[in-house]
Design a protein around this ligand. Structure first.
Ligand SMILES: *Cc1c(COP(=O)(O)O)cnc(C)c1O
Length: 373
């Protein structure tokens, strides 16, 4: 079966006459569990919940590749999933290699908390080809590709070989692409981590994250972390997430095609200084993108000449919601430097293409650019 068929079929409940086609969320803290609990599948909901199981199974199928079956644990947010890998792998004295231009909150957690707990950080830019030199003695190599917000890439397969050679584990934050766009575990990574708040669920109304692994020992550590830190996803959110993932193949197809068309359009404008999108032949790592990714993603970046020009553009655009985050059915964008913390120009805009009709989006972009400063 192809992924879209499998994902959609996974939302159906067993075909028992008179029962609903789709089962609803299971709301429980405790489950009936008399006597010896070892053979009872569900006992207490901080450890497991059938609604999580349905979601974890479908994501595990998406994360699986040639010759291996992935296993997944879902979390209350993407950052809870990142923390689970940091916390279950790193101990005082360990070395962690971390990208300088990666998602801010996870990087901040690493810099502000884990370094105080004795972890040594070695930072490098995502596209730095000499990264492999940094891996000597490392315990964990964290990659994020395409990186957020600059859309730089790194070669997961080559860097995983180098990291494993040095004895390190490799984790990839795969949020921008989703496992349908790129399969970190098939490329050699040990952990595939995602904020499913973004494209995976795609409606800007949920916080969800997951960690996928091949190795049952790593799964046990991730499972332990979730149960013991309480990073538990609510059943309602798990159920909404599963329902939303059914449309992921459709949403990705449309939003990535829209992102490509918008990126190509922006390159034709004199008032746009730079356009960053892995699907453009002008992207410095376009060849790697073609090899590593099956979708180039819904997110692109472009630079207008100043902070004022970017603010004016955002105010004039009526079909582009001025908000952070990405991967939604509706197009959104933001002037990224307003947050601080990322090395981007003042006029840099990160845009996440939604699923609207491309003609409407291009008309709106044209009028907003024409009437900006
Ligand atoms: C949003 C995001 C996260 C954090 O996810 P939350 O669901 O917001 O906690 C982690 N990594 C990347 C790349 C993200 O974009």
């Amino acid at each position: 079966m192809r992924p879209s068929t499998r994902i959609i079929r996974s939302t159906l409940a067993p075909a028992l006459p008179g029962t609903p086609i789709h089962s609803g969320p299971v709301f429980a803290a405790a489950f009936h569990a008399p006597g010896d609990p070892s053979s009872i599948p569900y006992t207490y909901a901080r450890d497991h919940n059938p609604t999580w199981t349905g979601l974890e199974d479908v994501i595990a199928q998406m994360e699986s590749g040639p010759g291996y079956q992935a296993q997944v644990r879902v979390f209350a947010s993407g950052i809870a999933a990142c923390s689970a890998v940091f916390g279950s792998v790193l101990r005082p004295g360990d070395i962690c290699v971390y990208p300088t231009n990666s998602y801010f909150t996870a990087r901040h957690l690493m810099q502000e908390y884990f370094t105080q707990m004795g972890v040594e950080l070695r930072m490098a830019a995502t596209s730095d080809p000499f990264q492999a030199d940094l891996y000597h003695g490392a315990k964990l190599v964290w990659l994020e590709t395409p990186s957020n917000p600059n859309l730089d890439l790194c070669d997961i397969a080559a860097l995983s070989v180098a990291a494993h050679h040095a004895g390190a584990l490799v984790a990839v934050d795969n949020t921008t692409c989703t496992p349908l766009g790129q399969l970190p575990l098939a490329l050699g990574a040990d952990f595939s981590v995602s904020s499913d708040t973004k494209s995976m669920t795609g409606h800007s109304d949920l916080l969800v994250g997951h960690v996928a692994v091949r190795d049952p020992n790593l799964l046990a550590r991730i499972h332990f972390w979730r149960a013991h830190t309480g990073a538990a996803l609510g059943p309602m959110e798990a159920w909404l997430a599963h329902r939303s993932i059914a449309t992921l193949p459709l949403r990705l197809e449309r939003s990535c095609a829209n992102a490509q068309a918008i990126a190509e359009f922006l390159t034709t404008r004199q008032d746009v200084e730079d356009v960053w999108y892995p699907g453009l032949p002008t992207h410095p790592q376009h060849q790697l993108a073609k090899r590593q990714m099956s979708f180039f993603g819904p997110v692109l970046g472009f630079t207008l000449k100043s902070k004022e020009a970017a603010e004016s553009f955002m105010a004039k655009a009526s079909l582009i919601t001025d908000a952070t985050s990405f991967g939604s059915v509706s197009t959104s964008a933001e002037r990224r430097a307003r947050w601080g913390g990322d090395a981007v120009p003042d006029g840099f805009i990160r845009l996440s293409a939604g699923c609207e009709a491309i003609e409407d989006l291009l008309e709106d972009l044209t009028q907003a650019l024409d009437s900006s400063l």
